[in-house]
Design a protein around this ligand. Structure first.
Ligand code: IPE
Ligand code: MG
Length: 228
């Protein structure tokens, strides 16, 4: 979800207004994804690098997170959405940590759309934390280095148990991954849209899906399509 600030600047508005409209786009997108039968939707809401923004912007973003959970959690629960949070939880403000716990707990028994919120998330950080867990197993004598497999590694990532994303959408015209799902996106289809996140809507979502459906996924093998 990128481009909130530029959306606001283009309208002569403060960046905070872009973030507010970004939350509306997020709401819309969750609803639309659920309507479309998407099984898992992962949103990059706040990166481990976003703390370097000016303190007032960070506090606006934290305020919006609180507001979102307070206002939308009951609706998500009733819509059969299951929330899961990925990212580093150690060191977070305890009130934010409790809020994220509450979102997960309240929706834990749902089995509709899996809404994965990447918060204080960084792909490298996630990989390092997984490596630490593996190292602990090795140090404790539970695992030999030669036994380490990709599956074991994936099991120690925050996304353990979730399949890799089929498609990754980045809005706002930037052509970068920016530390999102580095391990998981190895074979994801990347879709880059010029749209600023606050303008992202059902039509943009459907266009991205159409683009995805036109791709030929080979996973390093040969085409499954007739005629290759
Ligand atoms: C994305 O919009 C929102 C978050 C990172 C939380 P930006 O704030 O990055 O908007 P730009 O990139 O400055 O336009
Ligand atoms: Mg940005």
């Amino acid at each position: 979800m990128d481009g909130n600030g530029r959306w606001a600047r283009a309208r002569g508005l403060p960046r905070s207004e872009g973030h507010r409209q970004g939350v509306e786009a997020l709401r819309r997108t969750v609803r639309h994804a659920a309507d479309r039968g998407v099984e898992i939707l992962t949103l990059f809401s706040f990166s481990s690098e976003n703390w370097s923004r000016p303190p007032d912007e960070v506090s606006t973003l934290m305020g919006l997170l609180r507001l979102f959970v307070r206002r939308d959690l009951a609706e998500l629960r009733d819509a059969n959405v299951r929330v899961r949070v990925i990212g580093e939880r150690a060191g977070l403000d305890p009130s934010i940590d409790a809020l994220l716990d509450e979102a997960e707990r309240t929706t834990a028994s749902n089995d509709g759309l899996d809404l994965v919120i990447a918060f204080n998330y960084g792909g490298r950080n996630e990989i390092v934390r997984a490596a630490r867990r593996i190292a602990e197993d090795v140090a404790a004598g539970r695992l030999a280095p030669a036994e380490i497999t990709e599956a074991m590694f994936a099991d120690r990532l925050d996304t353990a148990g979730l399949p890799a994303p089929d498609m990754l959408i980045r809005t706002s015209g930037e052509l970068r991954i920016s530390n999102f799902l580095l391990w998981q996106s190895a074979y994801s289809e990347l879709v880059f849209l010029p749209t600023y996140w606050p303008d992202f809507d059902a039509a943009a979502f459907d266009a991205a899906v159409a683009e995805y459906l036109g791709r030929d996924r080979r996973f390093g093998g040969l085409s499954a399509r007739v005629g290759g």
